[in-house]
Structure formats: C-alpha cells, structure tokens
Design a protein around this ligand. Structure first.
Ligand SMILES: Nc1ncnc2c1ncn2[C@@H]1O[C@H](COP(=O)(O)OP(=O)(O)OP(=O)(O)O)[C@@H](O)[C@H]1O
Length: 510
C-alpha cells in the first residue's frame, strides 16, 4: 500500500503536462490495479459541463478539451455533495455520467472505477480508471484507488493553473505583438515636407537621432511633434525597441505618478495587481512626453529625480528599477518664459533642453501644403474606400495655402476629411466648409508678419472662445469644441482652466 501510494503520487505529480503525468501514473498503478486507461475530467459547476482534460493508455498520453453536458440526474447527485467517493461501473458506455466522454475516448465497452476528486469540500472533477474486461476491478482495487484522491486532485488543479498561465502568456505575447506593430505603424508615419518646409528641422533630427541625448520638440499644437518624435526614434539605434508616448496634459495630477512609474499590488484601493508605468514599458526604447509644460510642479520634481538617477520606484514599492530609455519631450508652451515665471523648474528645463528642435507652424511653410493635401486625400479616400480619390483644382489649393491654419497640420487633415465626407465628386472644393476664420485671414503677403503681435496664449484663448461660441459651450462629442479644435477634450479643459476660460455649466457637455 505504501509503495503504491508513493510511486503513484510521484508519477502524477512528476510533470505539469497532465497527459504525461497521467500516463506515468497509469504505468505505475498497473502493478496493483489492472488498468488499461486513465482519464481526468474537470467539473465545471458554472456551466454544468464535464471537461475531459486528458486521458492515457499504456502507449500514449493525450491532452484534450472535450466538454459534455452533465445529465440532470447526475448533476442533482453532484449537487447533493461529493459524498460518493468512488464506485465501480460495469460498462462506461452505460453510465450516464461518463457515456459521452467514454465515446470520445473510445472506451464505451470498458469496465471502470469512477472516483470523485475533492479538495477540502470542493468537488473538482473525476478520475476514471478503465479496463478491457468486465469484472476486471474489485472493491479492493476501489479502496486502493481512494488513497490517491488528494494527489490526483492537486495534480489536476496545478495542471489547470498551468494551462491558464500558458493561455494568459499567449494572450500577452499576442497583445504585445499587436501593440508593437501598432506603435511601429504610428512611429513610421510618412512625414511630408521633410525636403521642403521641414528640411532644417529634419537635418537636426538626423544629427541627434543616433545619439542618446534628450530631445526637446517645440512647436504649436498640431505641427507634427509626435511624427518628429517617431522620426528621432526610427533613426536611432533603439528603433527596434518600444516607443511609448504620454500626454502629460491629459492625466489628472493625482494619477500621474502611477501612470509614469507604475504601482505595486495593494499600493492603494483598486491596485489589484502590479502595473508597469510608461517608463518601464519604454525600457530599451524611447519615451515621448508630450505637453511637458502641463506637468504639475510635484510631478516635475519627480521626473527630474528619475532623469538624474536613471531609475524609478513603483508607487507602493521599495525596489528600484534601472532605466535604459531615451527621452523626447515636446511642448507648444514657452518653457523659458515659464521657467522665468517660476512655473517650470529651471533644473528640469536644462535637462530637457539639451537639443531643442523647433517645428515651424504650417502658415510659415505653405510650400508643404500641396503635397500634404494630396497625401491626406489619398489616405482618407483609402480609409473611406473611395475607388477614385477626388482631385483639387489649383485655385482651391491656393485657398488652403492662404489660410492661417491655427490648428496646423491636424486642422488641415480634418478639413480634408470633412471635405471628402461632404463631397466625393471628381473635384474637391473647400468653399462650403465654413472655415469661419478664413474670412478673417490676413492677406497672403503679410502671412509671415502677423497683424496682431499678441502673446500666443491670448490668441489661443480668443480662438477657443470663438469655437465655444459656435458650439454653444459644448466641449465633448460630435460637433464639440474639442473635435473642432482637433484636440483631446481633457487637454482642452486643462488648457481652458489655465487660460481662465470658464466651462459653461448650463450647456450639456456631451
Ligand atoms: N509632416 C507631416 N506629414 C504628414 N502628416 C503629418 C505631418 N505632421 C503632422 N502630421 C499629421 O498631423 C496630425 C497631428 O500631428 P501630431 O499629433 O504629430 O502633432 P503635435 O504637434 O504632436 O500636436 P499636439 O501638440 O496637439 O500634441 C497627425 O495625424 C499627424 O499624422
């Protein structure tokens, strides 16, 4: 008896591959019980199914996932409690509880011992021992088998956990492949104008990309800072690593730490599992911190510490995680001015400002507009599955070249998309697009010397107010100010707060 228990337990716990474990168990118990087949079945109480997870003959072990509905009368017996430990069955094909599984394993004619597998009070499943001849098993065999209940139940549980872990690992690997290709697609976006209006800025990119130095991208909203960040990453030795973008203006200050640095399980209410922050996700690659000027003073201090020490600590954690990342930051704000006004840390500014690259606004490089128009027409027509992309007459392009484009390329992109939605004819026209500010355009000649030398924030505030007037205060959703301005609603709200523009509470926001 002792040897039987020891040998069979070692066999069933000897491998996480349950089919192998089951086969060695069969070979081991055959010295004591004349078995020809062993099978393991998992009881799924929530769905009322029995799942055959593996079976073994002397020659082979097979993993499977055959599910059959447990008949109602068997179910009732199970629900009354797993009091019935093990019992003999003359023909497995005749017994309702095992009929379908026996047919699946081609052992309907075999005799069997069926044993409920329990851990504590919980019924986990059943073990079936099958033999070719009727009367092959006796009550002595049945009593012998009962001592294996716990080891087999533990082996079944471990193997199911292992199976679940493998499944999650596959899912994770699949997610990771998907996100990597998604990131590469974004990072690899085509940059129009790199030989014309963006040539000078691109030359700087080419100089700095192969190094590890931080890069600071400066330029108005929508000029293409993210595309530039992608270009730096793509031309760097880190191009095969991740590039993680993070908008510092879009996250409430109380969540910034956990987003940037991650957190440990139990660090705060709701932290049910460890989560990596974006610094850790960017390991071996590039991190792009957009809207860095929106970072609150506390967060600035913590970011500075990370940049100095090149390591982070997850929120609620004690271990230091060493970082190997390249930092690219971007802002539409005047960081120097913010520094002088005391709203941006001087030491952080100097760490970021190692290699600043300014991306000129679209109004200063109208020569890029024809190629951009063509690029966006092709891209959008393709997305809309238009067979023949419309064309644009030269006077329409001239109209676009004369416009100020306060929202820069993003605004141009949206304008073309709107024009395509409204008009899928052979020639695209922009006359009916209600580009209100078009009427207030300065003449093409004084485009580079704006008539009103107002601070940028005043101009932005005025523009946001006029858009809010059009949308009657609506910010989110279709036709809302955020959509018209082509920015994220939370970024718009943050910006409005900073510029002192009140949110009209009487107007529905969504
Ligand atoms: N040179 C370019 N060629 C093609 N598409 C461009 C170019 N520059 C920008 N875009 C497109 O314009 C849109 C806005 O660009 P992007 O998000 O990079 O701007 P941004 O300066 O980062 O804006 P924000 O300051 O609001 O974050 C994106 O869809 C981008 O693909």
């Amino acid at each position: 008896m002792e040897n039987f228990f020891r040998d069979a337990t070692l066999a069933i716990c000897g491998s996480l591959d349950i089919e192998d474990a089951l086969r060695s168990c069969l070979l081991s118990i055959r010295k004591y019980i004349p078995a020809d087949l062993l099978s393991l079945h998992l009881y799924k109480k929530d769905t009322g199914f029995l799942e055959t997870v593996a079976y073994a003959k002397t020659s082979v072990g097979k993993k499977c996932s055959f599910k059959n509905k447990i008949p109602d009368n068997v179910m009732k017996g199970i629900e009354r409690g797993p009091s019935r430990g093990a019992w003999l069955v003359e023909r497995l094909g005749d017994y309702e509880g095992t009929r379908e599984a026996a047919a699946y394993m081609k052992c309907t004619d075999m005799a069997g011992i069926i044993m409920n597998l329990t851990l504590g009070k919980k019924l986990l499943g059943v073990l079936v021992v099958a033999g070719k001849h009727p009367d092959q098993f006796s009550s002595r065999h049945l009593e012998l088998l009962k001592v294996l209940n716990k080891p087999v139940a533990v082996a079944l549980t471990n193997s199911m956990r292992h199976r679940e872990a493998e499944r999650l690992k596959d899912l994770l690997a699949d997610d990771s492949r998907y996100f990597q290709s998604e990131l590469k697609r974004r990072v690899g976006q085509k940059m129009i104008g790199s030989e014309l209006g963006l040539k000078a800025s691109m030359q700087l990119v080419q100089h700095v990309a192969p190094l590890n130095s931080p890069v600071l991208l400066l330029g108005e909203t929508g000029v293409g800072k993210e595309i530039f960040a992608g270009a730096v990453h793509n031309l760097s030795p880190r191009k095969d690593g991740p590039m993680i973008s993070f908008n510092c203006g879009a996250i409430p200050p109380n969540l910034i730490d956990s987003e940037l640095f991650g957190y440990e399980k139990g660090a705060f209410t709701g932290a049910v599992a460890r989560k990596r922050g974006i610094f850790e996700r960017a390991q071996g690659g590039t991190i792009f911190l957009d809207e860095i000027g929106e970072l609150a003073p506390d967060a600035q201090t913590r970011l500075l510490r990370v940049l100095q020490q090149k390591e982070i600590q997850r929120v609620g954690g004690t271990d230091n995680v060493n970082l190997d990342i390249r930092l690219i930051a971007a802002t539409h704000r005047n960081l120097k001015k913010m520094m002088m006004m005391g709203t941006f840390r001087e030491d952080l500014f100097f760490r970021l400002n190692v290699f600043p690259i300014t991306i000129p606004p679209l109004r200063n490089r109208p020569e890029d507009i024809p190629a951009l128009v063509e690029h966006f027409i092709l891209e959008k027509a393709n997305e809309m599955k238009l067979r023949k992309p419309p064309q644009v007459m030269p006077d329409e392009v001239a109209l676009l070249m004369a416009y100020e484009w306060p929202g820069n390329i993003r605004e141009l992109e949206n304008t073309i998309e709107r024009a395509l939605i409204l008009n899928k004819k052979k020639f695209l026209s922009f006359g009916d697009l209600q580009l209100n500010s078009m009427k207030e355009l300065p003449q093409a000649d004084n485009r580079t010397s704006p008539a009103l030398p107002l601070p940028l924030d005043v101009i932005i505030a005025n523009h946001i107010r006029s858009v809010l007037a059009v949308t009657k205060g609506k910010i989110n959703g279709k036709g809302g100010a955020a959509e018209l301005l082509s920015i994220n609603p939370s970024t718009l709200r943050n910006r409005m707060k900073k510029l002192g523009i009140a949110v009209n509470k009487t107007v529905r926001q969504d």
